[in-house]
Design a binder for this molecule. Structure first.
Ligand SMILES: [Zn+2]
Length: 59
């Protein structure tokens, strides 16, 4: 059993540029499959995740 703990005091690191992320930028994509949101690092602009719905991580 893996325990999930919330730690808002630590900023997650970008997996690409190792910069602490105090913000995550996103952009809306529209296409045949409907709307998608692409989340990316504001420092290196690499894509961290894509979601079907705003605010839902990798959902
Ligand atoms: Zn980055």
């Amino acid at each position: 059993m893996l325990e999930l703990q919330q730690h808002d005091e630590i900023d997650p690191l970008c997996p690409f540029c190792d910069t602490p992320l105090s913000q995550l930028w996103f952009s809306e994509l529209r296409g045949m499959m409907g709307k998608r949101y692409v989340y990316f690092c504001p420092h290196c602009a690499k894509v961290i995740g894509i979601s079907h719905r705003k605010g839902f991580w990798m959902g």
